[in-house]
Design a protein around this ligand. Structure first.
Ligand code: PLP
Length: 422
């Protein structure tokens, strides 16, 4: 069998030799080289918000590339980044007054962890313990894997990962256990920071928890002066029904990470937002107190122009209404699925995201159910990428009722397709 020259992410080339060749994308749909249409039911890994190739974002990219393609961002700046930073600060929870740009969710988290450690060092305290939620996912770099759940994904790299304090996930009815564990961890020894995915743990299996618990976690951190890092990489830009998930808990984190939908999902750009307290601890005439982080394409002007166009869409189009309407459609489709079909359990929804677990004997990530489901959906012209036996739908906001019906029909038929086998 011919070996692929391209080494694809999260892909076992030995069992998945043929990646689908995509040539075009528009709205909620992708199109293959040979003209087959595929509904993008996961927003191309949770990034596309308004739809593929929103005309205003495409136009902004064209306009910017004709002026300035790239410039070093240390000692130099440019209008798209300056304007974008101000606008993002205006939209973010209060008090997040400084913006550090990078280019992926993972790097935005690495920067957040470095900001937290740098903060404590610069104010002369030795706080280095990081706490994180059990089942969390924050990326695939060494630092972000350390903060995330351990499993088959990172077993090989385990010797390089640093320890974090694990706080149990707040299962419904057992939220107090989470809060008590966080409080106990803070009392045991000072925490540098707690990092959480607010309201929903994505890659951990679309595990949802309430805004009250999120609010209480923040209060405990405040009480013990531990920094609170909100990883809004997946949840940001409307996905959970509000612009940011933190908005539902009425909390303002000390540090907040955004990426994916920052450019509407068109180009890679991420931002780590920090409060003045964090920035000021690095602000000095002493150069050793610098935040020592950079990447070559930090605040790339074309990416910033795409993000600005995205924010203009938020300003000028009824995006939150669209998000609410999609949420209602999702609720109805999921309800109809579980009311009429056997084989599904634990249906859940948060904003535009729905998830349901397929009843199977082996539900682990490496179980055959995942790839078998993926193949079934693709054969039906739907891009869904279940997490083990968890099937979720996280579509772009332009997805219609008719589009969703196609996705849910394919989900309804999944148990039958699996029992038939390949
Ligand atoms: N944090 C969360 C919550 C995520 O869901 C992801 C990616 O899915 C990341 C961080 C990492 O983002 P990226 O893949 O852009 O590095």
């Amino acid at each position: 069998m011919a070996r692929s020259t391209v080494w694809h992410p999260f892909t076992q080339h030995g069992t998945e030799p043929n990646a689908t060749m995509i040539a075009r994308g528009e709205g909620a749909w992708l199109e293959t080289e040979d003209g087959r249409r595929i509904l993008d039911g996961i927003s191309s890994w949770w990034v596309v918000t308004h739809g593929h190739r929103h005309p205003a974002i495409v136009a902004a990219i064209h306009e910017q590339i004709d002026k300035l393609d790239q410039v070093i961002f240390a000692g130099f700046t440019h209008a798209p980044a300056e304007e974008l930073a101000k606008k993002v600060v205006g939209l973010a929870p209060a008090g997040l007054d400084h913006v550090f740009f990078s280019d992926s969710g993972s790097t935005s988290i690495e920067v957040a962890l470095k900001m937290a450690l740098g903060y404590w060092r610069n104010i002369g305290q030795t706080r280095t313990r990081i706490a994180a939620l059990e089942h969390g996912y924050h990326g695939d770099t060494i630092g972000t894997m350390s903060a995330g759940a351990r499993g088959v994904f990172n077993a090989a790299y385990e010797p390089l990962l640093f320890d974090v304090v694990r706080i149990p996930f707040p299962y419904t009815g057992r939220e107090q256990e989470t809060l008590d564990a966080l409080d106990a961890a803070c009392r045991e020894a000072p925490l540098a920071a707690l990092i959480v995915e607010p309201l929903i743990l994505g890659a951990g299996g679309m595990m949802m928890y309430g805004a009250t618990t999120l609010h209480e976690m923040k209060r405990i951190c405040e009480r013990h002066d531990a920094l609170f890092i909100a990883d809004e990489v997946m949840t940001g830009w409307g996905r959970t029904g509000t612009l940011f998930a933190c908005d539902q808990a009425a909390i303002a984190p000390d540090i907040m990470c955004v990426a994916k939908g920052l450019t509407g999902g068109s180009l890679p750009l991420a931002a780590t937002l920090a409060s003045a307290r964090i920035f000021d601890a690095h602000y000095s005439e002493d150069r050793s107190r610098t935040l020592f982080h950079s990447s070559s394409f930090t605040a790339n002007p074309v990416c910033c122009a795409a993000a600005l166009a995205n924010l203009r869409i938020w300003e000028t189009e009824p995006v939150l209404e669209r998000v609410a309407a999609l949420g209602a459609l999702q609720e109805r489709a999921l309800g109809a699925l579980t009311a009429k079909s056997a084989g599904f359990k634990n249906p859940r929804r948060l904003g535009t995201i729905t998830a349901v677990d397929l009843e199977v004997d082996d539900s682990g990530y490496l179980a055959s159910v995942g790839p078998a489901l993926r193949a079934h959906f693709l054969a039906r012209g739907i891009l869904l990428r279940p997490l083990g036996n968890t099937i979720y739908v996280m579509p772009p906001y332009c997805t219609t009722e008719a589009d969703l019906a196609l996705a849910y029909d394919a989900i309804r038929d999944a148990p039958k397709a699996l029992s038939r086998g390949p």
